[in-house]
Design a binder for this molecule. Sequence first.
Ligand SMILES: NC(=O)c1ccc[n+]([C@@H]2O[C@H](COP(=O)([O-])OP(=O)(O)OC[C@H]3O[C@@H](n4cnc5c(N)ncnc54)[C@H](O)[C@@H]3O)[C@@H](O)[C@H]2O)c1
Length: 294
Amino acid sequence: MTARIGHVAVVGAGAMGSQIAMVCALAGHRVTLTDADPAALDRARTQLRERTDAMVAKGRRSADEVAQAWARWEAATVPPADADLVIEAIVEKLEAKRELFADLDARCGPGTVFASNSSSFVPSSLASATGRPDRFVNLHFFNPALVMTCVEVVRGPETADAVAAEATEFVTGLGKVPVVLDREIPGFVANRILGAVRDEALALYEGGYADIEAIDTAARTALGYPMGPFELMDLTGIDIGYLTKTARYADTGDAADKPSDTVAALVADGHLGRKTGRGFYHYDQAGNRLGKAL
Ligand SMILES: NC(=O)c1ccc[n+]([C@@H]2O[C@H](COP(=O)([O-])OP(=O)(O)OC[C@H]3O[C@@H](n4cnc5c(N)ncnc54)[C@H](O)[C@@H]3O)[C@@H](O)[C@H]2O)c1
């Protein structure tokens, strides 16, 4: 726990926020997890209980450590005014996030640091909704946050050096590995690299140079990737990358940001990957891969 950041508020109790809150509680912080929807808080509590029970059962944490983390954890429908750090993890909609930060700015003391877990909105696009752009960073956790070690610490143009340093120290204190971006750029580092690999794989396929199985095999056996780009798109959901690229294209107008024809056609046909039983590959009911679909 850093000297200054004691109490952390996490806003948004979905897939990311719930686990980020437990990461903080396990690292010794007092945590308030908030969500506008009380049912989301109930779901988060149940799922986190299952996860912390499993940690104890597998010997990764002691029962005492977990009990202490739960004693530091609370749920609320309204964010507290006295947190040292607020981490926002609500729906990926710019106006909803800006509204939330404007409201937090009015409620929280001047010392509170604001952070967004957004995957695509850069700090300056959110910090400008507050009167404290110097006390704003993105802290981009990866899914599942209880497991993945990387956290990107993204500085906006107005982020104070001391705030960036404090946020980085906070991430280290969570037992995570901070990756600091000195300048903001949409997509940050990890997802941009992933996107470049995915785009090249699609270009090779669309150019008729190799089929999807060959490209996935090269990524696994030559580059040591745990799965190939097409296998990964099927796993995460083809619509997710499509929506990210569509939003970025609307923003930049850059042809390089436009979703590929192959991806657009799959999304239009409802072939979104494992979750629909078909994407680049076919899957059975249990999610086992059967063979290529393209
Ligand atoms: N899912 C991922 O793999 C992933 C990875 C990294 C970052 N992110 C980012 O994390 C954020 C959250 O993603 P998620 O997948 O956890 O979303 P989610 O849909 O699972 O959860 C969002 C939660 O926010 C709540 N919410 C919405 N508006 C709110 C408001 N105004 N006030 C309070 N609560 C509100 C909803 O009730 C919901 O429970 C997004 O910005 C996303 O880009 C997601």
